[in-house]
Write a protein that binds this ligand. Sequence first.
Ligand SMILES: [Zn+2]
Length: 176
Amino acid sequence: MAKFTMNPTLEQELAALIAPKIHEIGREVERQAKVFAPPTKQWITVADDKVRPTHVAAHGQEVPGNLRFKINSMRWDREHRGVGALTYMKEPRDESSRAVANLKNCRCHARSIPDGISRNIRTLPAIVTGSTLTVKVVAEGEWVIPAEIGTVYPGNLEAKGAYYMARATAAVAARR
Ligand SMILES: [Zn+2]
């Protein structure tokens, strides 16, 4: 009777063969996540000498579109509106932040940056470890997790998650 011996490297060879296909699926998730990723927004003052210090400090601050800016609170708001050291605004003059003094006569605006998050999403090369293939699609940056799943700020102000990575994975899985 002939004896069959499994080629011990066969699994690795198969994994190496499949790696480009797996990488392509990762790229598909990456492209879809870039479509679903929210823009970021940047706090911009008019940069003259009348801008209040709390907004001077915020100039240039960039956060995902579904999150809130963190603005130093004004004393009047801390004493009369119950805000803490920081005031959380979706955009300049955001009344949902519960601030009043920090909104009054504000001339700032939020500038939208469409690829603020999508530019940080990429697919790493597929890695073959024995018979296991791993491909990772990563999003980098300090806001990746709160942008994805949302967060709750002090005062119970909720920011909903954009779930761009989860939705991208689901969309690609549904197509295949
Ligand atoms: Zn302002």
